[in-house]
Design a binder for this molecule. Structure first.
Ligand SMILES: [Zn+2]
Length: 199
């Protein structure tokens, strides 16, 4: 319907989450209309994050250096590790100011139906971190969804098999069932964190 470059842009935009064909078209025409500097600013920002932002070598959170800012912070309590599914889940937990420890970002949740097996997540890396010692508690903060729960139990089992004195806890209720951590408000999440229970 449009020229190939416009079709390509619409195609790329429509791959973004929550963007349908119509919205992609609207965005494409918006980008065609705005000054070059504005449109290319967006292209540049995308290029820059893809080039400069990688994963922390310790916790797999987003980082623009070998280690993320949290792992690099000497004031953080290294004896607690909070396990989350995605880098976006770190942000709401940080906002509660209730959590002093470090994180471990799995990169998703176990879901055999979708072909997501233990090897696809940073699970072995978590076990290795705990095995190295100095960790007294692992707080599992995967989403309260079917896949998040399955992942929590998998981790609890894997850590129980280790010869380490490590407490495994799960965020307490208060979190809406079936919802994403990313969308939880600070009060709810803070309460869930304070009231975490053994798993
Ligand atoms: Zn890190």
């Amino acid at each position: 319907m449009f020229s190939p470059p416009i079709n390509r842009l619409i195609g790329e935009l429509s791959k973004l989450p929550g963007i349908g064909q119509r919205t992609a078209q609207r965005l494409a025409f918006h980008l065609l209309r705005v000054p070059d500097t504005e449109a290319l600013g967006l292209a540049d920002a995308i290029k820059e994050v893809k080039e400069k932002v990688g994963l922390c070598e310790v916790c797999f959170n987003l980082a623009d250096a070998p280690r993320c800012r949290i792992c690099d912070d000497e004031r953080r309590d290294r004896s607690i590790i909070c396990v989350v599914e995605e880098p976006a889940d770190v942000i709401p937990i940080e906002r509660t100011h209730e959590y002093p420890g470090l994180y471990h970002v799995l990169g998703g949740a176990l879901s055999p139906i979708d072909g997501i097996d233990p090897e696809d997540l940073k699970l072995a890396e978590l076990v290795k971190r705990v095995e190295q010692g100095g960790v007294s508690e692992v707080v599992i903060a995967t989403n309260p969804t079917t896949t998040g729960e399955a992942t929590a139990f998998y981790i609890a089992e894997a850590l129980r098999e280790l010869d380490c004195e490590v407490a495994v806890t799960r965020l307490a209720s208060g979190l809406p069932v079936g919802a994403d951590l990313e969308y939880a408000d600070e009060v709810t999440l803070g309460r869930a964190l304070t009231g975490r229970r053994a798993l």
